[in-house]
Ligand binder design. Structure first.
Ligand SMILES: CC(=O)[C@@H](O)[C@H](O)COP(=O)(O)O
Ligand SMILES: NCC(=O)COP(=O)(O)O
Length: 250
């Protein structure tokens, strides 16, 4: 079964925010992405609203409810009270919890689940009361103890942080990163009953090899590389290319 593609709209929002204008519109490009066969939309609102604004969330929720009821809405972020409130108001199918400091420019590491158990366990319970699937952003080389802890506190999935893989894709180290790091962690998570998502710095070039090393890969969320390609090929054609890179026949 090919991995589902969730299109991250952060970069579209960042371009929009250069001016006090409503375009490029996250609703418009979200619609094109879903019409073109993307399985869902992802947003990662950050506290300074530098790309996704809090007001974008109900717009995306309404787009999915009205026009694409099968599509999934994935909200990513650090679990502050404000973030949890945004999630409860906007009814995502999945929340991906990410251990980012508010000043971080982008995500660059996964949770230390064991050390963060007191923070994460009640948050996961609260979100799961609303039937929201929980994914925890996880380092590619997470230990068995970390994965076990993720499962014990109620996570449904992990999202493997693929930044280091993206960074070494043109170098020989990518073989080790794939087989011994991401592949082994994914296999262990699968054995423990955790679903496996992946994201960060994925591209149409590096996605097929990743997917071939993680046969049970459930979902990839992709923003930066996909938006760059959309500038060249258009959003509809780009989504088609990324779906193919996931192993879908388009
Ligand atoms: C959680 C993650 O992998 C991030 O890649 C993300 O959602 C993108 O965040 P920015 O768009 O702010 O870089
Ligand atoms: N969870 C990762 C994500 O949504 C997008 O990351 P990127 O493709 O913008 O690096």
């Amino acid at each position: 079964m090919p991995a589902s593609l969730s299109v991250n709209l952060n970069a579209i929002a960042q371009l929009r925010n250069r001016r006090d204008l409503p375009w490029p519109s996250v609703e418009h490009f979200g619609r094109i992405a879903l019409k073109s066969g993307a399985h869902g939309l992802t947003v990662h609102p950050r506290p300074d609203e530098r790309h996704i604004r809090f007001a974008d969330l109900p717009v995306i929720r309404a787009l999915i409810d009205r026009e694409f009821p099968q599509a999934e809405f994935n909200i990513e972020g650090y679990p502050t009270d404000h973030f949890i409130g945004l999630c409860l108001e906007n009814r995502p199918d999945q929340v991906t919890l990410v251990p980012d400091d508010p000043s971080q420019s982008t995500s660059d590491h996964g949770w230390d689940v064991i050390a963060s158990r007191e923070l994460l366990e009640p948050v996961i319970a609260r979100l799961k009361e609303q039937d929201i699937r929980i994914s925890l952003f996880t380092d590619g080389d997470a230990s068995a103890r970390q994965l076990q802890a993720a499962r014990d506190i109620g996570a449904d999935r992990i999202e493997l942080y693929t930044g280091p893989y993206g960074g070494c894709f043109d170098a020989p180290e990518k073989e080790r990163e794939l087989a011994e790091v991401l592949g082994e962690t994914a296999a262990l998570a699968d054995k423990l009953g955790l679903g496996v998502n992946a994201g960060h710095d994925l591209t149409v070039a590096n996605l097929p090899l990743l997917a071939s090393h993680i046969p049970h890969l459930a979902e990839v969320s992709i923003g930066h590389g996909l938006t760059a390609d959309a500038l060249e090929f258009g959003m509809a054609e780009t989504v088609r290319r990324f779906r193919e890179a996931c192993g879908e026949r388009t």
